[in-house]
Ligand binder design. Structure first.
Ligand code: 2P0
Length: 352
């Protein structure tokens, strides 16, 4: 092999929002959760990561840039993903460029990775989910890896738990698995992106600042101190997951909304039950919940479901475009962006 060539691949991966939340690990290194979770994958136009991976004999070491700034790849999570994907690398040939990389060459060759998020990093908008999913997917393309999306999801999981759910569109379930080595802790697609076309998603960016308690340390503290987390993982989520799967499969919005809101509220209750307590939502988040609850009650049947991750931003899932338009009108009236309401902006999106 000469020294002059560079081979590149680019991938784009949307983020996902959990409607049954993952909160708590039973194994921190392998990233194995204490319960199953279910998510909806968002439309890549608004919230996605684009990653270009490149390989060349001229590269001296593995390097990565996130939003144009170099970051360290020395952390265990990156190293685990790179090791697992390299293990599965196969021969690659580009006849036009006269490049042939044999399986064994991948052990010596170094990578350059450039990743870009089109949304605020670490503001509770699941940036690590899209990031690690995209990294693993782009590397799998570059290295001609044979594994399917579910098998790749078990690698992305080792970068960030929620990342395993971003390798599919539509609604996705992360099965917690039983094996100690994590081989059965992976994502499967429940329904594809066409199944429930009516849903419309609006994200109220209450604050795009970096969160104070990272998900990783927050969930560690919850596992160590919250009794509610144990009850949730053993008693609540197993039943709720079955009900949620049924609601999604039958496009039953009333059940879907009830379960989504209940699960978000229980996740934040677990955070409050943690010692010291973790506050991800703020006054504006609480006021948005009250507003949606009141509106849903006045309509007789739910028009909108809300869910909040590890941050104050509201993810609002409207039953259809008409409900989304009404919701946006109400939000803009009651929570105008950049005013005393402390709300930064709205992202008007869609599911995949
Ligand atoms: C989720 N979250 O299911 C839940 C709901 C936040 C609240 O997954 O330590 O960034 O990298 O596995 O995946 C955020 O946690 O944590 C998360 P790690 P991750 O989407």
């Amino acid at each position: 092999m000469g020294e002059k060539w560079v081979l590149m691949k680019t991938a784009q991966t949307p983020t996902n929002i959990a409607v049954i939340k993952y909160w708590g690990k039973r194994d921190e290194t392998l990233i194995l959760p204490v319960n199953d979770s279910i998510s909806v994958t968002l439309d890549p136009a608004h919230l996605c990561t684009t990653t270009t991976v490149a390989v060349s004999p001229a590269f001296q070491q593995d390097r990565m840039w996130l939003n144009g700034k170099e970051i360290s790849l020395s952390g265990g999570r990156y190293q685990n993903c790179l090791r697992e994907i390299r293990k599965r690398a196969r021969e690659v040939e580009d006849k036009e460029k006269g490049i042939k990389i044999e399986k064994k060459d991948w052990e010596q060759l170094h990578l350059h990775i450039a990743s870009y998020n089109n949304f605020p990093t670490a503001a509770g908008l699941a940036s690590s989910a899209a990031g690690f999913a995209c990294l693993v997917f782009a590397l799998a393309k570059l290295m001609n890896v044979e594994e399917d999306e579910s098998q790749l999801s078990a690698i992305a999981r080792q970068g960030s738990g929620s990342a395993c759910r971003s390798l599919f569109g539509g609604f996705v379930k992360w099965i917690m698995g039983k094996e100690e080595d994590g081989s059965d802790s992976l994502a499967v697609q429940l329904v594809d992106e066409k199944h429930w076309d009516d849903l419309f998603i609006i994200i109220a960016v209450v604050s795009s600042r970096q969160k104070e308690t990272s998900s990783t340390s927050g969930m560690r503290e919850s596992v160590e101190t919250s009794l509610l987390l144990q009850h949730r993982a053993k008693e609540v989520v197993p039943k709720r997951t079955i009900q949620m799967e049924e609601a999604i499969k039958s496009r039953d919005f009333a059940s879907f909304a009830k379960l989504t809101c209940a699960d978000s509220n229980q996740f934040h209750a677990v955070c409050l039950d943690t010692s010291p307590p973790i506050f991800y939502m703020n006054d504006t988040s609480h006021r948005i919940i009250s507003h949606v609850e009141k509106w849903n009650r006045s309509e007789g049947s739910p028009q909108v479901a809300y869910t909040f991750d590890a941050g104050p931003n509201a993810v609002l899932i409207a039953r259809n475009r008409k409900a989304a338009a009404q919701l946006l009108q109400r939000l803009l009236f009651s929570f105008p962006p950049n005013s005393d309401t402390d709300l930064d902006s709205y992202i008007i999106g869609d599911k995949t």
